[in-house]
Write a protein that binds this ligand. Structure first.
Ligand SMILES: [Fe+2]
Length: 230
């Protein structure tokens, strides 16, 4: 993998501990899921524990960093602004760590069919998971980026529990509240959810997916009838 670090040899794939920028980024996830609050919710507390236990096991395993080709999408034109706003807020540690690996991110849609309007305003990148770049079978960590004034259609995730932590920007889920950087939302497996974002700035969310390895390796994301389903 071209890690951008000239000291890493090309013959042997680097392992996690060989590349400090990835280690520091994952440590920011660990801090969020270890020291953040569960808000008194036992369900959120146990989700947070599952995420950090699987992340700790990944650190202990020191997996290879898999080769992923960096890719951009139209929404990544908003990424610099999202990081800038993020670096001035409560999630500045994560925003700064993410800035250091910004050139190595693979931005994706995930869906076979994308509505044209959403294709301009949404993309996600994985930083840890079955497909890498940091290899892990039972946890996916990544980021989703939305342009200002975006609606991410209603969907749910079969067998996968999902949490979002806001890094930059304001957003709402199911019209229930407005969330700021640092807020965490848990969508349990099967929970329907729909996201909208504020109209002035982009919104950058960190996310964690916990589920069975078979499901995480092939989540089969689909859009149909205006609804996104996994
Ligand atoms: Fe979701």
């Amino acid at each position: 993998m071209d890690t951008g670090h000239p000291d890493i040899g090309v013959s042997a794939p680097p392992r996690l501990m060989d590349v400090p920028d990835w280690v520091y980024l994952l440590r920011e996830f660990d801090v969020l899921y270890r020291h953040g609050s569960a808000g008194g919710s036992p369900v959120i507390r146990s989700h947070r524990k599952r995420v950090r236990d699987r992340l700790s096991a990944t650190f202990a395993r020191n997996p290879e960093i898999l080769d992923r080709f960096p890719e951009r999408k139209p929404v990544t034109a908003h990424f610099a602004r999202a990081l800038d706003v993020g670096e001035r807020g409560a999630m500045q540690g994560m925003a700064r760590a993410l800035r250091e690996i910004r050139d190595w991110l693979t931005w994706e849609y995930g869906y076979e069919k994308m509505p044209r309007s959403l294709a301009k305003k949404y993309a996600y990148c994985e930083v840890l998971g079955p497909n890498g770049p940091v290899q892990c079978d039972d946890l996916i960590l990544g980021f989703v980026l939305f342009a200002p004034d975006t609606t991410y259609p209603q969907h749910h995730h079969k067998e996968i529990e999902e949490s979002y932590i806001s890094i930059s920007g304001a957003w709402s889920e199911n019209n229930a509240a407005v969330y700021a950087p640092g807020s965490l939302i848990l969508n349990r497996a099967g929970d329907e959810h729909r996201i909208t974002t504020g109209d002035r700035d982009p919104c950058l969310l960190a996310y964690a997916w916990v589920g069975p390895a078979e499901r995480l390796s092939a989540p089969g994301m689909k859009l149909s009838g205006g609804k996104a389903r996994v």
